[in-house]
Design a protein around this ligand. Structure first.
Ligand SMILES: [Zn+2]
Length: 342
């Protein structure tokens, strides 16, 4: 991501009470929420990050693809990583991008049957000589989300297998090539994936949205001060399903205190008519120089600004927070299947 949003904080009344509840939730939660093991997700995040910056077209990014392929295979031999390679002529950079995905068969799989997608981007932000000349490893942006998808596969191939197919998608080229967000030079992998799948008459004879019933994106999640913002581009039914799932897990106070319209990998799918949600922790994460005003909000001051800085490293990653993310998704998926897969 993403863009600094003009919207103010979506605070509910009684901010002191909410803050106390929030702190209480932070102290109490994360263990015993479900089977998802945040420590395993953190461990894999560390191994992705240890490869180094993983910019599009680099050997490092290929190494990350191989690591994800091996990890998924180790989770279950049925998980064969698929690759979609392409060059985007409009960019004129000659870079070969590579989207990755695995298909997890549902218990009641039928040929051409419904799909729920879980996704994250596996490229890291391109740094530039001069002001942005630093080593950026993107632990939260978005190695931790990729690792979370792999750990979710462990449960979705086992005791939490759904009736219908789940695709785990890892996008290349999410980050803007220019340092500042440029619509034409970002979301490169997801735009290509959504467009080509929509045109794929074998996989999607009636278009992408006819089979792909929901698209859940994970991004910037896993910080010690855990929260998920309310993305106003997201589908309202999905926002509600995740709110209720969070309520059942006792972590509702950590969701949707702030809202923004997110530009992220879910947008190309939304444009194809797919129901999408971006589970993202973005507000108050950009450093003050990006948006000094945003730091002045009462709540914003307590959130560490790591976005697109050298501070987005393993020190930011919390196993407990990843545990919340993973268990929240596991809690929400059967409801998504029940309510949105017809
Ligand atoms: Zn980023």
């Amino acid at each position: 991501m993403k863009t600094i949003a003009p919207a103010g904080p979506a605070l509910r009344p009684g901010t002191t009470a909410v803050l106390l509840a929030l702190l209480g939730a932070l102290a109490a939660c994360s263990k015993d929420l479900g089977p998802f093991d945040g420590a395993r997700a953190k461990d894999l995040t560390g191994r992705i990050v240890a490869i180094g910056p993983r910019q599009p077209g680099t050997a490092n990014l290929r190494k990350v693809a191989e690591l994800l392929a091996a990890e998924l295979k180790a989770v279950s031999p049925e998980l064969e990583l698929q690759r979609q390679s392409f060059v985007d002529p409009a960019l004129g950079n000659g870079i070969e991008y590579q989207n990755l995905w695995v298909e997890i068969p549902g218990k009641q799989r039928t040929a051409g049957g419904p799909i729920i997608a879980l996704a994250a981007h596996y490229d890291s932000k391109i740094t530039h000589p001069g002001e942005q000349d630093f080593t950026f490893v993107g632990a939260l942006d978005a190695a931790a989300s990729c690792a979370t998808l792999v750990e979710l596969a462990r449960h979705l191939t086992g005791e939490r297998r759904l009736d219908h197919d789940v695709w785990l998608i890892f996008f290349d080229g999410e980050e803007s090539i220019d340092w500042d967000w440029n619509d034409e030079k970002a979301l490169i992998g997801s735009r290509h994936f959504a467009r080509t799948m929509n045109a794929d008459k074998q996989r999607f004879p009636n278009g992408l949205a006819a089979r792909l019933k929901a698209f859940v994106l994970l991004d910037l999640l896993g910080d010690h001060e855990f929260k998920i913002d309310r993305d106003t581009e997201s589908n309202s039914a999905l926002l509600e399903i995740f709110a209720k799932a969070a309520e059942r897990l006792g972590v509702r106070e950590q969701l949707y205190h702030f809202e923004s319209p997110m530009k992220d990998d879910h947008i190309p799918f939304k444009q194809q008519g797919v129901r999408v949600i971006d589970l993202i922790d973005f507000r108050f994460r950009p450093p003050a120089e990006h948006d000094p005003k945003v730091r002045d909000y009462e709540f914003g001051k307590r959130y560490f600004p790591f976005w697109h800085t050298k501070d987005d490293d393993m020190a930011r990653v919390s196993a407990d927070s990843l545990g919340i993310v993973g268990n929240l998704v596991l809690e929400a998926l059967p409801v998504i299947e029940k309510e949105l897969v017809k």
